[in-house]
Ligand binder design. Structure first.
Ligand SMILES: O=C(CO)[C@H](O)[C@H](O)COP(=O)(O)O
Length: 219
C-alpha cells in the first residue's frame, strides 16, 4: 500500500472525531488535504474552519467551507493536522510544509488535537526528521549559531518564505531525548518565531494509517 493511501485512510478515520456545528481547526499538508476532501464529501454541517495556511484556506474555499478568523471563534473543539514525526507519547515534529507557527497557534487554542499520519512517521526517538525552526530573517545567522551550540546542524531552507514572511532553518543531527526541554531552550533564542517541536502541547489522539488499516493511539 502506498504512503498516500495510508494517509487517506488516517484522514478518513479522523472524521469520526468531528461533530456537526463544530468549528474545526485545520492544518496543512497532503494528509490534511485528504481530510478536507473527506470532510467535504461527508457534507457534515460544520460551522466553519480555522485554517493554518494560505494553501489550506484556498482548498477549503474551493469546497465551500467557510474560513473563520481565530480571533472571533473562541477556543476550538478540535484541530486536525498531520505531522512529520510522532513518538509514542504523541509528541511531534511539524513544519515540513513551513506552516508550523499557525499550526502551533491553532493547536494551543484547541481542546482536542487529532493528528493523522502514515506509519512511516512513527518513531521511538524524535529527530530523524530535521527539526524546522521559523526565524525572523535578520536573526537567521544568530539563531543558527545558537542551534549549533545546542548540538544541531541547522540548514537554511532557501527559497522558502513562510506565510508570515519569515525563514526556516531545518536542524539536522538531533536525537531529541527530552523534547520539552529542547522546545523550551529553542523558544528562548532571540529571533526564533516558532520551533516545530510539539512537546508541551502534544497531540491528544494519533491516527496511524498502516498496511492493515488504521490504529488510534492516545498518550
Ligand atoms: O507540519 C506540517 C506542515 O507544516 C505537516 O503536517 C507535515 O509536514 C506533514 O505533511 P504531510 O501530511 O504532507 O506528510
Amino acid at each position: 500500500m502506498t504512503a498516500d493511501r495510508k494517509k487517506q485512510q488516517a484522514a478518513q478515520a479522523a472524521l469520526a472525531h468531528v461533530r456537526e456545528d463544530q468549528i474545526i481547526g485545520i492544518g496543512t499538508g497532503s494528509t490534511v488535504n485528504h481530510f478536507i476532501e473527506a470532510l467535504a464529501a461527508q457534507k457534515l454541517r460544520i460551522r466553519g474552519a480555522v485554517s493554518s495556511s494560505e494553501a489550506t484556506t484556498a482548498r477549503l474555499k474551493t469546497h465551500g467551507i467557510e474560513v473563520l478568523d481565530l480571533n472571533s471563534t473562541g477556543e476550538l473543539d478540535i484541530y486536525v493536522d498531520g505531522a512529520d514525526e510522532s513518538d509514542r507519547q504523541l509528541r511531534l515534529i511539524k513544519g515540513g510544509g513551513a506552516a508550523l507557527t499557525r499550526e502551533k497557534i491553532i493547536a494551543a487554542a484547541s481542546h482536542r488535537f487529532v493528528c493523522i499520519v502514515d506509519d512511516s512517521k512513527l518513531v521511538e526517538v524524535l529527530g530523524r526528521f530535521p527539526l524546522p525552526v521559523e526565524v525572523i530573517p535578520m536573526a537567521r545567522a544568530h539563531v543558527a549559531r545558537a542551534l549549533r551550540r545546542l548540538g544541531g546542524h541547522p540548514v537554511y531552507r532557501e527559497s522558502t518564505l513562510t506565510d508570515n514572511g519569515n525563514q526556516i532553518l531545518d536542524v539536522h543531527g538531533l536525537s531529541i531525548l527530552d523534547p520539552i526541554s529542547l522546545e523550551q531552550a529553542i523558544n528562548q533564542i532571540v529571533g526564533v518565531v516558532t520551533v516545530g517541536l510539539f512537546a508541551s502541547r502534544p497531540a491528544d489522539v494519533l491516527i496511524v494509517g498502516g498496511e492493515t488499516g488504521v490504529v488510534s493511539m492516545t498518550a
